[in-house]
Design a protein around this ligand. Structure first.
Ligand code: PLP
Length: 439
């Protein structure tokens, strides 16, 4: 008899008892290769001694001090470390406990910014279809995943959604990647004009779309054009790197590869690497100064913001990612993973696309490669792949997205950066077994 309210109300998952390196073990001793870091969380694997030591030392020194009264050494150090490596102009860090909170914070920060600057008529956000920004009501409203939103639609703020930059589905015959990117980016300008640009607070997007599409990066030039449009209309650019940030794509911040600097960035998942729940909303000095010169107070806050133990974990993680070379390793092993996926599944009759960056890779599952038509959603392909992989001892992250009104299935892979060559082989073998039994 359990009293836990599980995600799936009709079944009880196995009990995880131990994590070591790239593996999780359950109470029967079964070993699972963590091919998705849970949900792109465990970037350093499961038993990193340096992060464990940092957490242990901090909790024994100062467990908690409320940010209504104090700052702390770990929070100051982590903010400095993040800003040192952040894109141009990013200068301030607001700590929270996870991804949805980071996005809520970004949305409220952007709104209050315009209240402070005397533009309170800016009341809406624009985002993209097939995006995911979190499950709290503000973040859910911003997202474009129809399935996650539909039950809560009456509670959600009206948000406009433009097309994602999803070349596999959207690029037209004879159109170059660059031309495709400009075309879909220009949808932002059309949408701004449709809703009146002076009513819009910000555009929010994931640099590499994670949960909803399965590791889809934008094409070259797309985000530069988005940045230009935001600047032209005085709209803030929020990049949601909750899943794709913190080295996952081979650079500490994913947007470095797109050559753009946003006004606000959200991070979480890999920041605590699973050792502590922590997220952060980073903003420019210009935004922060508006608060300083204006009301002097951000009307926001949660009890656990800037938690010293979570920040101590974040410090140890970011130090390993940067000084410890783990971001470089993600880039290097990511290329090997990509090649291994292409070698194994490049000709697979039901794999339509293999994509991603660094240790963030996605496979799109289709019924027919030529027409790119997805499987009938009633077949629940994503659930079958997840179950078959789990049975084979592989944790991966299959999702059924919505492709222009139709369901489409993909598998997201986001393994720890410590993965070895042999473990890449193991992942490919187990995924192959799962696909064979599920499709
Ligand atoms: N934003 C993005 C891009 C995400 O992928 C997620 C989670 O998958 C979130 C926000 C929400 O993060 P959390 O689940 O930590 O609340």
């Amino acid at each position: 008899m359990t009293h836990v309210f599980y995600r799936n109300s009709r079944s009880t998952p196995p009990t995880a008892t131990r994590g070591e390196g790239a593996y999780i073990y359950d109470d029967t001793g079964k070993q699972y290769l963590d091919g998705s870091g849970g949900a792109a969380v465990s970037c350093l694997g499961h038993s990193d001694p340096d992060v464990i030591a940092a957490v242990q030392t901090q909790v024994a020194t100062l467990d908690f001090a409320h940010t209504g009264f104090f700052t702390s050494g770990p929070a100051e150090a982590l903010a400095e470390r993040l800003v040192t490596h952040a894109p141009d102009g990013i200068d301030r860090v607001y700590f929270v406990s996870g991804g949805s909170e980071a996005v809520e914070t970004a949305l409220k920060m952007a709104r209050q910014y315009f209240v402070e600057t005397g533009e309170p008529q800016r009341t809406r956000f624009i985002s993209r279809k097939q995006s995911y920004h979190g499950n709290t009501l503000g973040a859910l409203a911003a997202g474009g995943n129809v399935w996650r939103k539909e039950k809560f639609a009456p509670l959600l703020a009206d948000t406009a959604h433009i097309s994602p930059c999803y070349a596999y589905r959207g690029q037209e015959a004879g159109e170059s990647l660059e031309a495709y990117g400009q075309r879909v980016a220009n949808e932002l300008e059309s949408e701004l004009q449709r809703v009146s640009p002076e009513t819009v607070i910000a555009f929010i997007a994931e640099p590499v779309v994670g949960a909803t599409l399965g590791a889809v990066p934008a094409v070259p030039g797309y985000f530069k054009r988005i940045r230009e449009i935001c600047d032209r209309y005085g709209v803030l650019l929020i990049l949601d790197e909750v899943m794709c940030g913190m080295g996952r794509t081979g650079t500490l911040f994913a947007c470095e590869q797109d050559g753009v600097a946003p006004d606000i960035i959200t991070i979480a998942k890999g920041l605590g690497a699973g050792y502590q729940p922590i997220g952060a909303t980073l903003c420019t000095n210009q935004i922060h100064e508006v608060f300083v010169q204006g009301s002097g107070f951000f009307q926001h806050g949660h009890t656990y913001i800037g938690h010293p133990v979570a920040c101590a974990a974040g410090n140890a993680v970011v130090t390993k990612l940067t000084d410890g070379g783990m971001v470089a390793r993600a880039a290097q092993m990511g290329e090997k993973l990509d090649q291994a996926l292409r070698d194994a599944f490049g000709d697979h009759p039901h794999i339509g696309d293999i994509r991603g960056r660094g240790m963030f890779r996605g496979l799109e599952i289709v019924e027919d490669r030529a027409s790119k038509s997805p499987f009938d959603p009633a077949r629940g392909i994503n659930k079958r792949v997840k179950a078959a992989a789990f049975e084979a001892g592989l944790i991966c992250y299959p999702m059924g997205g919505t492709v222009d009104g139709q369901r489409g299935d993909h598998v997201l892979l986001a393994p720890p950066f410590i993965l070895t060559d042999d473990q890449i082989g193991e992942l490919i073998e187990k995924l192959g077994t799962a696909l064979q039994s599920a499709l």
